[in-house]
Design a protein around this ligand. Structure first.
Ligand code: NAI
Ligand code: CS2
Length: 488
């Protein structure tokens, strides 16, 4: 029989405890790449270094790889491997924080609702991607017209969206006289706790005003800043980890050594002492969130779209081009940093330098196409909010303009050499329809700017904004991304 993480000899320490120690006080929705290498690893490290009993019930709601992953986790007693890849080599960890793993296809929707409604469930954490909140990216309010939300309004007891699961589970807890829980968003969304709250209370309100009032009293939604670069695992990554580990682990995930987690300390029903293993509990996360979203994620989106158009497949390749590296540094330091109000002694220039170093990690192979995906959900918090600030203050935002125009070129689905690729985005059909129209470049820019969910109503009405983006878009069409970046 083929050996696996449970039965085979492995070149990494297995947890010294077994699953009987774990109480699944955390239910996590969105058991993807990031969560496995971040929140679950913090929870594992706390188990390793204390008498904590906080374990995780992992849930994935989407079909495809999510369902397979839950099956694979269960087949290896819910253990899996994290490979931290840095300049000094790779460190392997076998994570033992997962008490249970559920998927609606294998376990049914009721089992997930029951896990959320269990008395011991105290924290429900989320990494469901930006689109999982079903809010308008520009407005941050729940969009009741989203198909998943429409479904959950029509059939609340059999929800499909993450927000529908939360609201139905809270309705059950209320009926049973149980306390609420803390909803801990760990997504790259501006003021992620507030967006989670707007989504949950928006749906509860649409169902039952009394439920919404109960939630307002019994549930908290702390904001968090989460950081660790965790690229999607490829077949090559899994094979490389298997070679070092000694057995093949289909749930393994590789990431950079760096990790950061800043959490607003606002929990209703207890919390793990994640601060014992490096997390920070603070009273106001927003400055840290904005710093990370604008400096790290903003330059990621810039490098991903323009780098991809120029023929670079990974972020490390892109920043190995001196013009792109210089541009990313200028974007961070000259245009993103000045929009931030940070606690005294924050060294934003040092932060920018460390980000360039992290982006240069060749072992990560973080795909530009992965980061460029779902741009409609990412642009507002990464590039457009800072532009609004520059427009108000009359300051220079030339790199931000290049980033936005680069994204507009990227969603055309054709790179600078004429190569076609799939645009992955909830608005992909809208982008395709726009690009099928016979139009001048200026008309195409106008059509993209008219997508209110991305640009709001203020930016398309700002003549300087529209002109600046149109000029750079035309420059990208004529000269290509590499030349436009070098000429900035
Ligand atoms: P992933 O693709 O590996 O996992 C995404 C998870 O979200 C899956 O479990 C999927 O089932 C779930 N999901 C997707 N759409 C959903 C929807 N509409 N409703 C409910 N669940 C949905 O992606 P990964 O890398 O784990 O990233 C997830 C999120 O974590 C990102 O969107 C970002 O907000 C955040 N993040 C990611 C980092 C990274 O480097 N990968 C670092 C910091 C934050
Ligand atoms: C990336 C982020 O995929 C993306 O959009 O910008 O996932 C990035 O890797 C993380 O936020 C790093 O913490």
């Amino acid at each position: 029989m083929e050996q696996n993480l449970v039965s085979g000899a492995v070149n990494a320490a297995r947890p010294s405890w077994d699953a009987s120690r774990l109480v699944p006080r955390i239910v996590h929705l969105g058991c993807g790449a990031f969560h496995r290498a971040h929140q679950a690893l913090y929870t594992h490290r706390l188990l390793s270094s204390s008498d904590s009993d906080w374990g995780i019930c992992e849930v994935s709601l989407m079909s495809g790889r999510g369902a397979q992953l839950i099956g694979d986790l269960n087949a290896q007693n819910r253990l899996y491997t994290v490979a931290e890849r840095g300049a000094g080599g790779t460190e392997l960890y076998i994570v033992g924080a997962v008490a249970e793993a559920l998927h609606p296809q294998s376990d049914g929707c009721q089992a997930i609702l029951e896990a959320l409604a269990r008395p011991e469930t105290a924290v429900v954490s989320l990494t469901i991607t930006e689109k999982g909140y079903c809010t308008g990216a520009a407005s941050g309010q729940l969009d009741l017209n989203t198909p998943l939300i429409q479904h959950d309004l029509a059939d609340p007891q059999q929800p499909q969206s993450a927000i529908g699961y939360l609201v139905e589970a809270l309705a059950i807890r209320r009926r049973r006289g149980l306390p609420g829980f803390t909803v801990l968003s760990c997504d790259n969304v501006r003021e992620n706790g507030h967006v989670a709250k707007a989504a949950v209370t928006g749906l509860a309100q649409a169902r039952d005003a009394e439920l919404a009032a109960w939630i307002a009293q019994h549930v908290t939604f702390p904001c968090t800043m989460v950081d660790r670069i965790v690229p999607a695992a490829t077949a090559e990554t899994l094979d490389e980890i298997a070679q070092q580990l000694g057995v093949y682990d289909p749930c393994a995930i590789a990431c950079e050594p760096f990790h950061q987690w800043v959490i607003e300390d606002n929990f209703v029903n207890g919390r793990p002492e994640w601060d014992r293993v490096g997390a920070q509990f603070v009273s106001d996360v927003v400055p840290f969130e904005l710093m990370k979203l604008r400096m790290l994620n903003g330059s990621h989106t810039f490098l991903a779209c323009l780098g991809y158009l120029a023929g670079y497949r990974t972020i490390a390749e892109t920043v190995s081009d001196p013009a792109f590296r210089r541009a990313a540094r200028s974007l961070m330091q000259d245009e993103q940093a000045p929009t931030l109000t940070m606690p005294p002694d924050t060294d934003l220039s040092g932060y920018a330098a460390r980000l360039i170093e992290r982006f240069s990690n060749p072992a990560l192979k973080h795909q530009t196409a992965q980061i460029a995906s779902d741009g409609s959900q990412k642009l507002p918090q990464r590039l457009l909010d800072p532009i609004r600030q520059h427009l108000r203050e009359g300051s220079d935002w030339r790199y931000l303009a290049l980033g936005v125009a680069g994204w507009m070129r990227y969603v055309g689905g054709v790179d600078d050499r004429g190569g076609h690729y799939a645009v992955v985005d909830p608005l992909a059909a809208t982008f395709a329809a726009i690009h099928q129209q016979p139009q001048t470049p200026a008309e195409r820019v106008r059509a993209l700017l008219d997508i209110g969910d991305i640009f709001g109503s203020d930016l398309p009405a700002h003549p300087h904004f529209v002109d600046a983006i149109t000029v750079v878009y035309c420059q990208l069409l004529n000269d290509g991304a590499a030349a436009a970046v070098a000429a900035r």
